[in-house]
Design a protein around this ligand. Structure first.
Ligand SMILES: Cc1cc2nc3c(=O)[nH]c(=O)nc-3n(C[C@H](O)[C@H](O)[C@H](O)COP(=O)(O)OP(=O)(O)OC[C@H]3O[C@@H](n4cnc5c(N)ncnc54)[C@H](O)[C@@H]3O)c2cc1C
Ligand SMILES: NC(=O)c1ccc[n+]([C@@H]2O[C@H](COP(=O)([O-])OP(=O)(O)OC[C@H]3O[C@@H](n4cnc5c(N)ncnc54)[C@H](OP(=O)(O)O)[C@@H]3O)[C@@H](O)[C@H]2O)c1
Length: 246
């Protein structure tokens, strides 16, 4: 496992993906490269205006370990939240400091298993890195991805995922909307429903879950009811409002 280091980086590019989600690309300055495993996160120390103290907030790396000079972060704006307010305040050309990489939610080397990824919201971030890392392997595992968002205005990365499946047709992804506006012809409901209805034998699967705690708890229960397989989980936040990594 790579040791945790401190980094400075320049904000190379900011892309607004939806009304409240953006991708930030950070070009590493010092050190000039970061070694990490797909799925790991970096942490920012930011001021909390509510208490006057400094708080630490982790963010998954959403890009491939094969691109060590520039990393992407995927951010959801939480109004009034110190971490997301700080990161949403960054502009192209700004410098930022962070520590990392860290975390045990990373893509394992297990060529015998197909991969099932389940994400809600920005929980897609570490999974995006894993999809890229898997695709770059000499013998990529077969992948199924289920992603749950609320409504059409929350959709992003759909073209990128479609292009990924076109390049690797053995893989598939389904994005399901829990609160679609009229006119949506895709899947509706929560990802739990997809897992319940579309996942059969799990004995040759490795399962990776990332997003809110309710989804992780519910999907873990559904998978375990279907059989025995490794389940790796990253909880971003729960109903009590505190994020934590498993
Ligand atoms: C290991 C790990 C990796 C994470 N990676 C990411 C990431 O890649 N992208 C990301 O946006 N967040 C990520 N998070 C969540 C992130 O660390 C912060 O908790 C989040 O940005 C809110 O922090 P804040 O200080 O802005 O708000 P706070 O004042 O701490 O507000 C917390 C509340 O915001 C809500 N919330 C927390 N996280 C999110 C979220 N992602 N989307 C929507 N609402 C949220 C919840 O209701 C929570 O109760 C990760 C969390 C963990 C534990
Ligand atoms: N995105 C928005 O438009 C919006 C608007 C206002 C406030 N917020 C706040 O922002 C935060 C995050 O919003 P978000 O939409 O990114 O993430 P989210 O609330 O975690 O929802 C993302 C997806 O996860 C689903 N989900 C929730 N619990 C689940 C479970 N137990 N099993 C399976 N799926 C589950 C949601 O379905 P359900 O829709 O059925 O819950 C939704 O489809 C929340 O604190 C939210 O209150 C978001």
């Amino acid at each position: 496992m790579s040791p945790v280091q401190r980094f400075t980086a320049k904000v190379e590019k900011i892309e607004q993906l939806t009304h409240d989600v953006r991708q930030i690309d950070l070009e590493l300055i010092d050190p000039a490269r970061i070694e990490f495993k797909a799925g790991q996160f970096v942490s920012f120390e930011v001021p909390d205006a509510r208490t006057g103290r400094t708080v630490t907030r982790p963010y998954s790396i959403a890009s491939s370990p094969g691109s060590p000079h520039v990393i992407s972060l995927l951010l959801n704006l939480v109004p009034g939240g110190p971490g997301s307010t700080y990161l949403f305040g960054l502009r192209e050309g700004d410098t930022a400091a962070f520590a990392g990489p860290a975390g045990h939610f990373y893509l394992r080397e297990d060529p015998a298993r197909d991969l099932l990824f389940v994400a809600t919201g920005t929980g897609i971030a570490p999974i995006r890195s894993m999809l890229m890392a898997n695709a770059e392997r000499s013998h990529p595992a077969r992948v199924v991805l289920f992603w749950g968002l609320r409504s059409q205005r929350d959709l992003y990365y759909q073209d990128e995922l479609a292009a990924w499946v076109k390049r690797h047709p053995e893989n598939s992804f389904l994005t399901t909307l829990s609160r679609p506006e009229p006119g949506w012809a895709g899947m509706t409901g929560r990802v739990t429903q997809l897992v319940q209805e579309r996942v059969g034998d799990v004995s040759r699967l490795a399962v990776y879950l990332c997003g809110n705690s309710g989804m992780i708890k519910d999907v873990t229960g559904l998978i375990q009811a279907k059989g025995l397989c490794p389940i790796f989980r990253e909880k971003y936040y729960d109903d009590a409002g505190e994020g934590q990594a498993d």
